[in-house]
Ligand binder design. Structure first.
Ligand SMILES: *Cc1c(COP(=O)(O)O)cnc(C)c1O
Length: 402
């Protein structure tokens, strides 16, 4: 290895450090849940209120899911040691794929190791150089990478700007695109804003375009029975392709999927590279994901609690004088503006027993640094009250509020 290589890597790291862009990973010593034990130097800190997990329904430590995983380990083994098409498909993989499809109101679905892989494999497999993708500027990194891997022409519209979407659709059509696919997150995770799916699907019809929605931050808790953003807006039948994750509300372990029309899923099974060349999901995760779907379909109580908690949290912070991005989603961004202030607040909140994540440039635009809080169904009123008191104290100590 040339010595200059490591020098260059170290220089890059040093400049990240200098710009305050180094991400530190706190180590959790308990299961993932509403209150966790977190390592703090050589100490361990119990009872920390966790406000940064995607554990919306609180299923990450669900005894039913743990039991299902154990049962699958006992009866179906630990791993598949194969990709799906060689010898990595157990009956339960297909059962889960059909079950997910049914839940999402689509013909069929196909599993991936992660939604990152699902988005990474989708576009290249379905679209060619004669086609076009029109993508929201705030789409998840995996959609951006997936589009980069495909040869279709790329068009980008300003986040949720429907006039700009229409403009880009016109451009794509004028350039003679055979098929045009609109790609959007169902929920934009830095803001907690929902994509305008009623208008997107209307424009798709007008321009005879396909619609692909990545519903990672929605499936399981938005819409009737948690069927997602499109179901929430009543436009599920107008969304052609859904992608999603098993790693958030649906248990929080690992895995992703694409759901859509039968021929689309069938072709992805033949062509999607992350599916063809990466290991099958382990039986324990498949079994627990099935159990998660059973819970989710009947979890109106958890969903109600989640939204009651979210409203309580939003009102509490607003009453204290914080500036939030408006909305109904359990992603509740507390806007601070300055990156340093966001970091200071997060660090002070951790001292006060509340675990939150600060986001700043380049993850969000310059000057719109924030603390993104995420509410889940297992947060109790006490948890939320304690967290509100901590936010108030941290804001006074950092000079944000007087
Ligand atoms: C979390 C997330 C992903 C990645 O999902 P994994 O299954 O963890 O790879 C993709 N898209 C969006 C919008 C996400 O929020």
């Amino acid at each position: 290895m040339p010595t200059s290589f490591l020098d260059t890597v170290s220089t890059t790291l040093a400049s990240l450090e200098e710009d305050g862009l180094i991400k530190i990973e706190r180590e959790i010593l308990s299961a993932q849940k509403g209150r966790i034990t977190v390592a703090d130097g050589t100490e361990s800190r119990p009872g920390v209120i966790n406000m940064c997990a995607n554990n919306y329904l609180g299923l990450a430590d669900s005894p039913a899911l743990v039991e299902s995983a154990k049962d699958a380990l006992d009866h179906q083994g630990y791993g598949m040691a194969s990709v799906r098409f060689i010898c990595g498909t157990q009956k339960s993989h297909r059962v889960l794929e059909r079950r997910l499809a049914q839940f999402l109101g689509k013909d069929d679905s196909i599993l991936f190791a992660a939604c990152f892989d699902a988005n990474g494999g989708l576009f290249e497999a379905l679209l060619g150089p004669e086609d076009a993708v029109v993508s929201d500027s705030l789409n998840h990194a995996s959609i951006i990478d997936g589009i980069r891997l495909c040869k279709a022409k790329r068009y980008r519209y300003e986040n949720s700007n429907m006039a700009d979407l229409e403009k880009q659709l016109v451009l794509a059509k004028e350039a003679g695109a055979r098929f045009v696919m609109i790609a959007t997150d169902g929920v934009f995770s830095m803001d907690g804003y929902l994509a305008n799916l009623p208008e997107i699907t209307r424009l798709a019809k007008k321009f005879d375009a396909l619609v692909m929605v990545d519903d990672c931050h929605s499936t399981g808790f938005m819409g009737p029975q948690g069927r997602g953003t499109a179901a929430h807006f009543g436009v599920n039948d107008d969304v052609d392709i859904l992608t999603g994750t098993l790693g958030k509300a649906l248990g929080g372990a690992l895995g992703g999927y694409i759901a859509g029309p039968q021929p689309v899923v069938d072709l992805l099974r033949q062509r999607a590279r992350p599916y063809l060349f990466s290991n099958a999901l382990p039986p324990s995760i498949v079994a627990s994901s099935l159990a998660a779907l059973t819970i989710v379909e009947q979890a109106d109580d958890l969903r109600e609690q989640l939204f009651v908690n979210t409203v309580y949290w939003r009102e509490g912070l607003t009453n204290l004088g914080f500036t939030l991005l408006p909305g109904e989603h359990p992603i509740v961004p507390v806007m601070l503006g300055d990156a340093k202030l966001a970091q200071e607040m997060a660090s002070r909140l951790f001292d006060l027993g509340v675990y939150v994540s600060p986001f700043f440039y380049p993850v969000v635009p310059k000057g719109s640094a924030r603390i993104r809080t995420q509410i889940n169904a297992t947060h109790t009123r006490d948890d939320l009250d304690e967290a509100l008191a901590a936010f108030n104290q941290a804001a006074i100590e950092t000079g944000l509020l007087v």
